[in-house]
Design a binder for this molecule. Sequence first.
Ligand SMILES: NC(=O)c1ccc[n+]([C@@H]2O[C@H](COP(=O)([O-])OP(=O)(O)OC[C@H]3O[C@@H](n4cnc5c(N)ncnc54)[C@H](O)[C@@H]3O)[C@@H](O)[C@H]2O)c1
Length: 324
Amino acid sequence: MVNLAGKKVLVTGGAGFIGSHLVDSLIEKGCEVVVLDNFDDFYSGKERNLARHIGNERFRLVRGDILNYELLLHVMKGVEVVFHEAAQAGIRYCNLNPVKAHRVNVEGTLNVLLACKERGVKRIVYASSSSIFGKTGFIPINEACPTNPGSPYGATKLAGEKYCLSFHEAYGIDVVCLRYFSVYGPRGRPDQVIYSMAYRMLTGNRPIVYGSGEQRRDFTYVSDIVEATLLAAETEGIAGEVFNIGFGKDFSINELLKILFNTMSIDEVEPEYLESYRGDFERTLADNSKAQRILGWRPRVSLEEGVRRFVEWLGDTLKCEERV
Ligand SMILES: NC(=O)c1ccc[n+]([C@@H]2O[C@H](COP(=O)([O-])OP(=O)(O)OC[C@H]3O[C@@H](n4cnc5c(N)ncnc54)[C@H](O)[C@@H]3O)[C@@H](O)[C@H]2O)c1
């Protein structure tokens, strides 16, 4: 295992949901952490995700775009590991903005890879997505299942992954791809299902469900995702590998709603069912045995526990906003 303590690392998109949790753990591990993030206006409030690290001499925040190659070269000076988390996320948003998704997720990833090659970065960990599978036709989904993304978002994340793997083949770049499955937790993105349903319920509105609510997801708590991401940086001999990072249990959106009602001690109300959007898929369920076997990763946080932690965070955050 590589010891990350004392190493200089870069987290692209480090102000975002997953990236900021990763930064917390990297600082805790004793790394020198550089964040490159353009605070994209897809959603607001990211400044507070990193507030606790401002002033720490092992932390540097650079506001900028991964599409700026010169800036990437600059921030990668002396960097040994790059965690590439920056992306245009959100299936619905990317359906409406496919060109932006392509620019950030494909051209941006290519830029990151080129700069890593130029700077001799020792390992890149790429945040891929279960969305690359789309209608794969297999359950549970293992790493060998066909990829059939049914959305521009999924297509761009798959293209990014293919670029990563091609840089490994063509130039011997040490890169590992992690296919995250439906990540949730504190600092989550407002467009995500758990966030949006809980937010509406806490603010006295009926939750919105797209489609019948019978679509199933493998929800994975953010601390489990961060742990897998760190293991992917620390484990030796895995260059060019892809791993499914999902809890390994699926729930329907209607089942998730019941957990939310229970957790929040709110009487159940009929959700507002809206037409499902294209590019949504019926079911995800990760076969995570490869990550368990090779990375030694074990997901720990059940959906019930994760939802409890998330709801507590959201309640506190809304109270703070009311006071401001
Ligand atoms: N959250 C999930 O459920 C999930 C699932 C699968 C994969 N992923 C992947 O994980 C990564 C992190 O996702 P997230 O949910 O934390 O999203 P997020 O939107 O919270 O984080 C992405 C960050 O990237 C930054 N960013 C966007 N465009 C940029 C650019 N051009 N230059 C620099 N920074 C830019 C944003 O400002 C944001 O802080 C993404 O690569 C996403 O595709 C997320």
